[in-house]
Design a protein around this ligand. Structure first.
Ligand code: GDP
Length: 609
């Protein structure tokens, strides 16, 4: 037992750096992670790799065995006690590794599939890394899929690339060049790690294969070098307590527990802690500090080691009373004195405000709900970058009250402004309570759910497109295109009024209301264009290029007006404010600059404000 507990003691000046894996789905994040983890797990000895809560711990001793493989061309001193790699890949888990707006992840590994290059979630991950200012390296994965690839399990990819056939090398070269060009187009300068003299300016690229394990020694070498050389200050052992709640879970025999990542400082059994809850700050006392047994797989239940104290950096489980309402993604603070409690309460109360600062809440916008503060923050940031307005945010299960609040603005506005696209909630990775669901259905409120931010976004944008199409169809009846007509022949002034005209400017369509274009006229509608004919063939529309056409204009007023019409009279579309709005919203591209000028002239002529 002592031997096991010794593993958790701090060594040296630096703590273990924390790494996280991000990337598009199917790029091989899980495979790569499993390979890193399994490199030595079979031995199951105390000096080996241990699974912690939420992370895998890679001890210095094992790291050194891997670093030897790259020593020849990329020497690295291993002066970190180990490496913590977060077990759940993906940007959702990265989002939760947050502390006061910055990231707890010291270095991220962005996985790109050599065969597919940059994909949607690669871009989303890049955005997220930029926003959190997190340094990262790129694993260019699936090198084993190059033609004629000859693999050697768990070898350095640098060496392996040199041992391939000419065909294979050519295939690899052309593929990696494509990816590098794509990255450059997005403004990211990259360099292969063995050539990278300036890793702070150029992002290091490491070729890898999760299937063969090739490149894993290289990946570990780059991580160790980057963190221990370039991030020395950040990963120095610190007194200051820094701990984040990753997940809330019910654990057999312990009730509701929280999985935490202790980044700096230490925590003891019986310490008082304070953290954010759905109903306000929660103050409680640590009943047990737990980590899994190193020999056992995580999946084995009830096999936790109890600790009296845990030092950073470490993943751990805390059991305590009153954690049912705990909010994942929030900071945890020590609360051993009243002063601690007061300060922490302020910080916790401000946390939501801080998350919201990525977006300004609008009167009209969608409602947003997420499972954790971290994912809410990432989601808001993304919606902001896509210019989607948000009116309401919440963390935790969606209640009827949330839906009501989210839609208060929209429902009021709906009557006049028809903002149907905002009668929605975007719900990320969180339960919707049955009465909330029912309320939403009754009030025709769309709820979009997804566990991947990008999917939520595409679902919503598809919906917007559909709403716009529907609205365009409905509004087509009210649209009026601008036209200015010159009369070239008066064919019939009795019913029906038939005139020969040329379109001087704009677009004339059937269904257009027409008035006399003369400052001294009453500017009333004389009728609606019923048909447009060219050489006895009917047209839907006519322009200046069409030539002279015959118009049939309906209604009694037309006959009245017909009496005033001479060859000197000009006619114009009787445009309205609403018609202009519809033109702007749905037909912007259909009108030329001249057509828009005519809209302006008609607006002036008709005194439309
Ligand atoms: P994730 O969604 O990013 O976690 O991707 P997975 O790890 O689940 O991998 C997706 C698919 O790609 C699986 O079928 C893997 O077997 C395969 N895969 C992952 N890494 C590699 C690799 O390096 N080479 C090859 N050939 N296939 C890989």
């Amino acid at each position: 037992k002592k031997e096991i507990l010794d593993l958790y003691k701090p060594v040296g000046e630096l703590r273990s750096p924390i790494c996280c894996i991000l990337g598009h789905v199917d790029t091989g994040k899980t495979t790569l992670l499993d390979k890193i983890r399994n490199t030595n797990v079979q031995e199951g000895e105390a000096g080996g790799i241990t699974q912690q809560i939420g992370a895998t711990f890679f001890p210095a001793k094992k790291l050194k065995e891997e670093l030897i493989k790259t020593q020849q061309f990329y020497p690295v001193d291993c002066n970190v006690p180990g490496l913590l790699i977060i077990d759940t890949p993906g940007h959702e888990s990265f989002s939760n590794l947050r502390t006061r707006g910055s990231s707890l992840c010291d270095l991220a590994i962005l996985v790109i599939d050599l065969m597919h290059g940059l994909e949607n979630q690669t871009l989303e991950s890049l955005e997220l890394l930029k926003m959190r200012k997190t340094p990262f390296i790129i694993a260019l994965n699936k090198i084993d899929r190059c033609v004629e690839w000859k693999n050697k399990k768990n070898a350095s990819s640098y060496h392996q690339l040199q041992n391939q056939t000419k065909n294979c090398k050519m295939d690899y070269e052309s593929k990696r060049q494509q990816v590098i060009t794509q990255l450059a187009e997005k403004g990211f300068n990259v360099a292969f790690f063995w050539e990278n003299e300036d890793p702070k300016t150029y992002i290091s690229v490491v070729p890898t294969s999760g299937v063969t394990g090739e490149g894993i020694p290289d990946l570990l070498s780059v991580i160790v070098k980057y963190t221990s050389v370039f991030m020395k200050n950040k990963i120095k052992v610190k007194e200051q307590f820094n701990c984040t709640v990753l997940e809330k879970k019910v654990t057999e025999g312990h009730g509701t527990t929280i999985d935490c990542l202790l980044v700096d400082g230490q925590i003891k059994k019986d310490d008082k802690i304070i953290l954010a809850g759905f109903q306000g700050p929660i103050i409680t006392k640590v009943r047990a500090l737990l980590t899994p047994h190193p020999m056992k797989e995580m999946r084995v239940k009830g096999e936790y080691i109890h600790h009296d104290v845990i030092y950073a950096s470490m993943g751990l489980k805390i059991s305590a009373v009153g954690l049912e309402e705990a909010m994942a993604g929030s900071q945890m603070y020590l609360a051993n004195t009243q002063d601690d409690i007061d300060k922490a309460t302020d910080l916790i109360n401000n946390e939501m405000e801080e998350v919201k600062k990525y977006i300004k809440l609008q009167n009209q916008g969608v409602g947003v709900a997420a499972s954790t503060l971290g994912s809410l923050e990432a989601l808001l940031q993304y919606l902001n970058s896509q210019e989607i307005p948000v009116s309401y945010v919440s963390v935790g299960p969606v209640s009827k009250d949330d839906v009501m609040k989210a839609l208060k603005n929209v429902l009021l506005e709906d009557v006049n402004r028809r903002k149907k696209e905002y009668a929605c909630m975007l719900v990320f990775d969180v339960k919707i309570l049955p009465d909330a669901q029912k309320f939403a259905e009754e009030n025709q409120i769309k709820i979009f759910e997804a566990n991947i931010i990008y999917h939520l976004f595409t679902k919503f944008t598809d919906f917007i497109k559909q709403v716009k199409e529907e609205r365009k169809k409905k509004e087509a009846a009210d649209v009026v295109f601008p036209s200015l007509l010159k009369i070239v022949r008066i064919i019939n002034t009795k019913e029906p009024l038939i005139l020969g005209v040329e379109v001087e400017q704009g677009i004339l369509k059937t269904g257009t209301p027409i008035c006399i274009y003369d400052q001294n006229s009453n500017k009333n509608k004389i009728g609606i264009v019923e048909t447009i004919e060219l050489n006895h063939k009917s047209l839907k529309e006519a322009r200046a290029t069409t030539g002279a056409v015959a118009l049939r204009i309906g209604t009694n007023q037309a006959i009245q007006a017909g009496k005033q019409i001479t060859l000197e009279t000009k006619l114009a579309s009787l445009i309205t404010r609403r018609a202009i709005d519809i033109l702007k919203e749905h037909y912007r591209e259909d009108l030329t600059l001249d057509d828009w000028q005519l809209v302006k002239d008609l607006k002036l002529f008709l005194n439309i404000g």
